[in-house]
Design a protein around this ligand. Sequence first.
Ligand code: ADP
Ligand code: MG
Length: 725
Amino acid sequence: MPDNLSTSVQYLKSVGPKRAEAFSKIGINTVRDLLFYFPTKYLDRSNILNSVKVVQYLINGYEGEVTILGKVVSNDLIRYGRKQIFKVRMKDNAGFFECVWFQGVKYFKDVFNEGDHFAISAKPVLTKYGNLQFAHPDFDRITENESKEFLNTGKIIPFYRIKKELRSTNLGDFSIRKIIHQAVETFSGQIRETLPAHILEEQKINTLSEAVHNIHFPETQQKLDDSLYRMKFEELFYFECLVALRKIFIKQKRKGAAFKIHSEPLKKFLSSLPFKLTNAQLKVLGEIRRDLESNQPMNRLLQGDVGSGKTIVALISMLIVALNGYQSVIMAPTEILADQHYKRILKMVEQLGIKVSCLIGGQKKSGREQALLDIRNGETQIIIGTHALIEENVEYYKLGLAVIDEQHRFGVVQRTKLIRKGIQPDVLVMTATPIPRTLSMTIYGDLDVSVIDEMPINRKPVKTVLRGESKLPDVYNFIRDKAKEGYQTFLVYPLVEESEKLELKAAETHFKEIKEFYLPDLKIGLIHGRMNWQQKENVMFDFAQKKFDVLVSTTVIEVGIDIPDANIIVINDAFRFGLSQLHQLRGRVGRSDKQAYCVLITKDEFAVKTNQYSFNFEYLSPEQIEKHKTIIRLNAMLKYNSGFDLAEVDLKLRGPGDLFGTKQSGLPELKFADVMNDFDLLSKARDAAFKIIEHDPSLTGEKNFIVRKTLKENFSESILFSQTA
Ligand code: ADP
Ligand code: MG
């Protein structure tokens, strides 16, 4: 048998061609693959009790799960009328207990044979006959030896996921354990290290070979923990190496032109604005200006709450670039937002002789071709659009600055595509979503950060109220009264229906109801997602021109739309929205010095005020938890106006799960680490990675050879890596 890690698993004892084929179906071909097929759980000695202890626990009122080991003494299929119960009597070193199944009895009957040993986990009960019983327990088959070893030496027993391909070759818990054991004993010593020696030493962590050995067959819990730690560290370390490489790569690429600041036209532009910039806007502009003036490309994240005035900051940056003879783009997530930027910017920069193009999907062909031509020939300096801007047929004359609006709607992939359109354009990424620290260390870890932490003066906080559906007549009266004072209202309905036809129908039904029954004396408009952007744009234009008092809308208005005279937003079925969405929607109003209102409408049962912010849901049913969370969410909207506070509540309510979303962001997947729970480790890994990359960005130093090699072998596909190659 060949003695290296590329050996086919077929040559391991008790594998053979048939099982090798089954392994191959789940992606395991070589011994190396098998060594990296890690257990999904362990039999943990600290939780194991014997049957007498369990009974004592129960008598003392214990209500949790326990794990217990035992040997099958007998099994019976019992008939009760039409129903069948499968009952297994088992025995451990202290006494007897039983397991019962009410469903799937035939399957279990074949599993639990007399004399077999099992580990059983479940909530125990005492039957009325005083028997210790487990109903529908989790179970794992173990060998008699394992059972003894486990009890006597405290060995920890691994369990592997056995997919159906493997099961069909009669592979079970102990046979797979035996095969992997053999592989680990024979081969794990040959696994080559993937972290440099100085890191192992500094961080006091195990070698890869030790770690693999101990993750499969840990001698002690401590060794298992240390080994898992090592795997997490390694993952996060390489992740951060990619982030660091990208950051340094972008910084170090010298580019020809550092932009000059042409003060005269800029001053003229600033004095033409109807307002003065806030100090926060000025501070951020100073940071951007320094980046533009330097010959290192800018790579900056501009964070500012909804309505803080990010667009004007972007526009001034684009002007600086235009006055140097370069082009800028601003990419928006939706067509109406792009269109809104286009109209406004066009009006504002015309006086300076700067030309603007617009690229939006579904544009008229002739207009689009003209735009493409103007962009290619350098006729236009500011280009505004949606992701149409990054399509292949778009060629820029001289792209100097790329602005990405509402970045949370785009992934790293789009960002990278846009950056590739220029030689090394400056990049400004804008978002209203507060970025938790974990993310600013990972997906956004290569960006410098600027924050607009102040709202334009004379903005009053939006007054937010919560109303049950039974109060809707009052709400309509309020809208009507305010319309007399010139207030305009967004009346928002969530999308409930998936299908386009139904969505359209729902929107039209609401529109009709409002127009004919509830507010027949007001002028009502309608906008929804099934309109093409020109239609949407017409409606928004009419609304801005005050042709309607009320705009019935689906969530198409969610992001970025700016209509200063619309000062009331009524959100129907508010319980259906997440907090960040509610905050974005509310951000559509309160954009002038008049008092603005946000009315959240929900089922009456959710229209409850609470000051309770307990996030402990342990004793509630799933429905109760949902209701509780909904009430907290809605109350958070009443209590907080800032996106940062709301994001914090959101994080607590939702848990870290879906925030990170590495898969769609094009980043390497993490198997061991979890950036939320392993935050300290993430910081450590980041420090270690940045130290290395900053000292030796090309990784040519002898002691970093391993880092270079590992990156190349494992991450050459990663979008981050391709940015640096
Ligand atoms: P966001 O940061 O959410 O993108 P916008 O850039 O759309 O916000 O700005 C919101 C509104 O505030 C716009 O109508 C804009 O003209 C206005 N605005 C921006 N800066 C100021 C300022 N310094 N003073 C007053 N109004 C401002
Ligand atoms: Mg905006």
